[in-house]
Write a protein that binds this ligand. Sequence first.
Ligand code: GDP
Length: 372
Amino acid sequence: MITGSPSAEKTNKLKSKLKELENVTLNIAVTGTTGAGKSSFVNALRGLRNDDGRAAPTGTIETTMKPNMYLHPFMPNVKIWDLPGIGSPKFKAKKYLKDVKFNTYDFFLIVTSERFRENDIELATAIQKSNKLFYFIRTKIDNDVRAESQNKNFDEQTLLNNIREDCKSNLLKVGVPKIFLVSSFQLEKYDFQKLINTLEDELPENKRFALIQSLPIYSLEALAKKKKYFKKMIWLNAFAAGVGAMPPLPGLSVACDYGIMKNFFQQVSTSYGLSNAALEVLSERVNKPVEQLKSVMTSRFKDGVTDKVVLNMLSNPVIAVAKTLGTVMALLPGGALPAGGAAIISVHHLLNKGLNEMTEDTKKVLAASQLA
Ligand code: GDP
């Protein structure tokens, strides 16, 4: 609890909590037979096009039984594993899980582009026994839709329901299977968002945050979800930056650890896909020049999250809104304002402001990318 005089111990505790959240690892396993669309899905989760230099190779025949690890392009603590297909029906699922070191993974995505087969069921049952989370992914839905749309009485929802029911009927042995219909080339369509919402419900809280932070930006809904998580993080960052703060540096109106603010903004920028590196990846994905995507950004962060931008925010008098003050007071035992209280409120205000500005920039970039 943060009351009383500023204490280095409290500040350190808050800082290490932040570091801990930043360093949460997430290991996602994607498995299925060759050709099922595993590699493409791995690439989609990493926000990469199949022909990006960093992408998992697609359309190739599997030659090894070893899991391939792909790092998230900007979050090294998020790893996506392309696991070899389970192989012949005789393959023992239990041995397979042992071979791929199943304990490494936070959850499994079992991928197929056709019907789920005996192997998939065996695998799911073995995963279930090890108390791990698993989800069924039916890929290449865009192909099904395209093919069926030629028919006279075509109705997309009916088609999707039929595919879902057909998948379910193959998975009766698994109990109530969680099935998601996706296109790796159009995450904004079909069930991808539903998959994320389900994972959000089922993953432990710290893993949930890592997942949402790491997702590529593919729609306004995805952006809103990210924003919700960052908003939750603002208090912790504001406390860590403001508690026990020394008198302001000359020229600054707020005493705080501005490195924490900068770090927060950098995390948002990366997760929102606004960093230079992320914009390059997006540019590849949506086939638009980086300059064009950058040119629509208008916020103070349009040229990146720099010391200068953050210090500049701190050099203007910060009007800590009365409402914010009330919120802080309500959170504290006996309504006492902690040491560094004014700084905390100011930093909270600035972090919120910066987050809103970056959200607006991202909306513009999404529009320029024709993703929203
Ligand atoms: P893997 O062998 O399971 O890793 O499958 P790949 O990702 O290499 O995909 C096999 C082929 O299917 C490639 O030609 C991909 O371009 C294609 N493919 C994969 N996912 C999709 C998808 O969601 N939609 C469409 N239309 N094609 C896909």
